[in-house]
Design a protein around this ligand. Structure first.
Ligand code: FAD
Length: 390
């Protein structure tokens, strides 16, 4: 039996297939080379420069629409996709968000609900990263309760006219295609809106204190004329967008543990070298209690993610189980990052160390893809049979 490994105390690597490990190592090496040397500067500037180039490189890695089949997608296992999300978010939640929105929201919506023609038109170029996609569900006045959305589309001859506002849309300003959800006479439908369509613009949202190295935008749609074949034929009702969210949330269950891992590793290293009262702070019981508790939640979270990944690969993953994972892992990840911040003392607030960046990123991750409260209500309903949403 190999000795105790602080990086993998439960021996989880032994449970992973060689292909999963290869994906993990490739994505980790890419992030170390392309993201880590620059991320603090990007974060400080509040930009993601070279996002198109990054998207193409991620496409070349097979990370875009990674677990989708066909149309140039990698067709990897859910576990491989999860590990990729973990490694990307270990670098920065903004990079993982780029990949989640591209693959699990925009591409997934087209793959699952699009016509054959729509799939052929968009998916291969999205898989290579040539075209970036975004997914517009949230509106200024409707976030947790998308059923109240105001965006609407009406038929005009064989065309559609789409009007509305979407808010907080990741990748919006750099997207070549927006998947926009709007109410119609037939219920909520999804529309593929190419960038540059008259009446459609996507101004960037600035002054964010979280996910600063991620493009977040408003989508403005004023009587945008779209052909009949712009609508996703297979999605009718809110079930469509909600199923996409479930897929993206699954990636977050893994991703959050990546941010937590980086913060834990940073704290562990720091505790071993920083000395106060004549000895490394890692030798004090209070610091050890923090490190032990962080390690517990980190590796429990990874085990939970792996369990959900195995269920997804077996076609047995329920939306409630994804809520279980998202609620637990993001909440624990933010706690780990905040605790790591305390271990670093004043250095913890500096951008020279990654912990504050990860902690503030996770404030967004806690809110998007269903807030903590929404997932508590999902689980509360599943446990009691009583709906407390309204
Ligand atoms: P609200 O829904 O107004 O909620 C405010 C608070 O009230 C929350 O704490 C919430 O839990 C609580 N609350 C609401 N209803 C209840 C209730 N019944 N019981 C108890 N508490 C309740 N959206 C997209 O469509 N596409 C994207 O790409 C996207 N990217 C994003 C990127 C970032 C950086 C951020 C911050 C958000 C993004 N979002 C995106 C939006 C995100 O999904 C929403 O912010 C989220 O769904 C919450 O909506 P809201 O902000 O309107 O908050």
């Amino acid at each position: 039996t190999p000795p105790f490994d602080p990086g993998d105390p439960l021996g989880i690597d032994d449970c992973l297939d060689p292909e999963d490990l290869a994906v993990r190592d490739t994505v980790r090496a890419w992030a170390a080379d392309r993201v880590l040397p620059h991320i603090a500067e990007w974060y400080e500037r509040g930009e993601l420069p070279g996002v198109r180039e990054l998207a193409r490189e991620l496409g070349a890695l097979g990370a875009l629409g990674m677990s989708l089949e066909g149309y140039g997608c990698a067709g990897a296992s859910a576990v491989s996709y999860g590990l990729a999300c973990l490694e990307l978010e270990a670098a920065d939640s903004g990079i993982r968000s780029l990949v989640s929105v591209q693959g699990s929201l925009a591409m997934y919506a087209i793959h699952r609900y699009g016509s054959e023609e729509q799939k052929r038109r968009w998916l291969p170029a999205m898989a290579t990263g040539e075209i970036i996609g975004c997914f517009g569900l949230t509106e200024p006045d409707h976030g947790s309760d998308p059923a109240g959305m105001r965006a609407h589309a009406r038929r005009d001859g064989s065309d559609w006219l789409l009007t509305g506002r979407k808010m907080w849309i990741t990748n919006g300003s750099v997207a070549g295609v927006a998947v926009v959800w709007a109410r119609t006479d037939e219920g909520v439908r999804g529309f593929l809106v190419p960038a540059g369509t008259p009446g459609f613009s996507a101004p960037e949202i600035t002054h964010k204190w979280s996910l600063r190295a991620s493009v977040t935008s408003e989508l403005v749609l004023d009587d945008v004329r779209l052909p009949a074949d712009a609508v996703l034929p297979e999605a009718k009702g809110l079930r469509g967008p909600l199923s996409c969210l479930s897929h993206a949330r699954y990636g977050i269950v893994w991703g959050a543990m990546g941010a937590a891992r980086t913060c834990f590793e940073t704290a562990l290293r720091y505790a071993g070298t920083r000395e106060q009262f004549g000895r490394p702070i890692g030798g004090f019981q209070l610091t050890q209690a923090k490190l032990a508790d962080m390690a517990l939640e980190l590796h429990k979270g990874i085990l939970l993610a792996l369990h959900l990944g195995r269920r997804m690969d077996a076609g047995r993953l329920l939306a409630e189980q994804v809520s279980f994972g998202k609620l637990n892992n993001v909440r624990e990840a933010i706690e780990i990052c905040r605790t790591a911040r305390t271990v670093l003392g004043a250095n913890g607030i500096s951008l020279e160390y990654p912990v504050m960046r990860h902690a503030t990123n996770l404030e967004s991750v806690l809110t998007y893809e269903g807030t903590v409260e929404m997932h508590q209500l999902v689980l509360g309903k599943a446990l009691t049979g009583l709906d407390a949403f309204r």
